[in-house]
Design a protein around this ligand. Sequence first.
Ligand SMILES: Nc1ncnc2c1ncn2[C@@H]1O[C@H](COP(=O)(O)OP(=O)(O)O)[C@@H](O)[C@H]1O
Ligand SMILES: [Mg+2]
Length: 126
Amino acid sequence: MELHSSEDIVLVRQAVRKKAVGLGFGLVDQTKVVTAASELARNTMIHGGGGEMRLQALNDGPRRGVKVMFVDKGPGIPDIALAMKDGYTTRGGLGLGLSGSKRLVNEFDIESQPGKGTTVTIVRWK
Ligand SMILES: Nc1ncnc2c1ncn2[C@@H]1O[C@H](COP(=O)(O)OP(=O)(O)O)[C@@H](O)[C@H]1O
Ligand SMILES: [Mg+2]
């Protein structure tokens, strides 16, 4: 799914919610993964200049999960550890998007190369 306007964030929320519901996630787990995805989608738009979201259902034996990937070809993040800190922002945001998302999911991976772009991948297990 392409992410280029603020309406796309609504579509991300709907798509992630639908996938989680389909896998039998309860309301609390749905809301956690939807909230994390929403923050990352916003980052892709605001900081990454747009990009794309990839959504996948995971089956690991009896475990069910949702994997969401955000990919942009924006400016990248020069210091990931710094960007992950609560309250760190370069654009007058709250600086809680990355750190907050990480706390809402089970797996969180961020890869970024200055000048090339950023990929953030999250997994929430049921
Ligand atoms: N996709 C991205 N591309 C480039 N920089 C990013 C991206 N996502 C996050 N960042 C950087 O990390 C900082 C922290 O992100 P976040 O915790 O979401 O806070 P906020 O969005 O409120 O600034 C951002 O201010 C920005 O500098
Ligand atoms: Mg943010």
